[in-house]
Write a protein that binds this ligand. Structure first.
Ligand code: ADE
Length: 273
């Protein structure tokens, strides 16, 4: 018993260290983008083909695949709302979780284990944390700002903070800022959300990142967010107006940053990012 006990406690942390410091080159990348307008310029730029049979046709999710240099790329989007019949993009944590889970599961079953998932999209930025409209942010960690469970044993689960893959060299290459992104299912924010964003030192806020990171953790897939700022959360303009005003510019900025990120990442191992 003693030796088994000793073996368990000496080898388990080591094997974890080995797996996280794996030198496996990155060749298989998924890019999860919630909104079609955010994804379209990138899909067209890289000439990715729509994969009609990737998701079950009863789901609204869409997949686009192709190669970029040494990489197999799969872009997934959350499709349009048919449940309520509004036809708008399926933004928020529920569709993001489900689309990510199905994509990672499918690629794994097809023996195409995903090396890295990038959650790309728009976000609100905090000018108090140095964010400006048009900035590209790479996440250092994600958390939820609207999951308040005031029962001590559930509090940390509610916040659900998850570290992102460390990408300092990529940030330099893209001239991007780095910071925490917190997630909630609302575009606007109330005082209690602000309290939780501050507690988590959020530089940016979005509606998907924490949910996608949680799903990636389940699949042991490294992940980070690449987010372009469309609006200033601690500014004077109403979020929805500033968001709509800057969505086109942000999509273009995303279209510039994402191919550069892919070019930098493909063929490297995680330690080089
Ligand atoms: N996406 C773009 N701006 C946002 C904001 N202010 N909150 C959540 N998601 C966003």
């Amino acid at each position: 018993f003693t030796s088994t006990f000793a073996l368990l406690f000496t080898t388990a942390p080591l094997s974890h260290a080995v797996s996280t410091m794996s030198s496996k080159k990155i060749h298989n990348v998924v890019i999860a983008i919630a909104m079609e307008a955010e994804a379209k310029p990138f899909i067209e730029h890289l000439k990715l083909d729509q994969s009609k049979d990737f998701f079950n046709p009863r789901s609204p999710f869409q997949a686009y695949q192709g190669k970029y240099n040494e990489c197999n790329l799969t872009v997934i989007t959350n499709g349009k709302d048919e449940v309520h019949g509004t036809g708008v993009d399926n933004v928020g944590t529920i569709p993001a979780t489900l689309a990510t889970y199905l994509a990672l599961d499918k690629l794994e079953v097809d023996d195409n284990k995903v090396d890295l998932l990038i959650n790309a999209g728009t976000c609100g930025g905090f000018k108090s944390m140095g964010a400006e409209v048009g900035d590209v942010f790479l996440t250092t960690a994600v958390a939820n700002h609207d999951r308040r469970i005031p029962i001590p044993s559930f509090t940390d689960y509610g916040i659900g903070k998850i570290e992102s893959t460390n990408v300092p060299n990529l940030a330099k290459a893209l001239d991007a800022k780095m910071g925490v992104c917190t997630t909630g299912n609302s575009l606007d924010a109330h005082d209690i959300d602000h309290h939780h964003m501050k507690e988590n030192e959020a530089s940016v806020k979005d509606m998907e990142a924490a949910a996608i990171a949680w799903t990636c953790e389940m699949h042991k897939t490294p992940h980070f967010g690449l987010k372009v700022v469309t609006d200033i959360v601690d500014g004077d303009k109403p979020t929805q107006e500033e968001f709509m005003e800057n969505l086109g510019t942000a999509a273009k900025s995303l279209q510039e940053a994402l191919p550069k990120a892919i070019e930098f990442i493909c063929g490297k191992d995680h330690g080089e990012l």
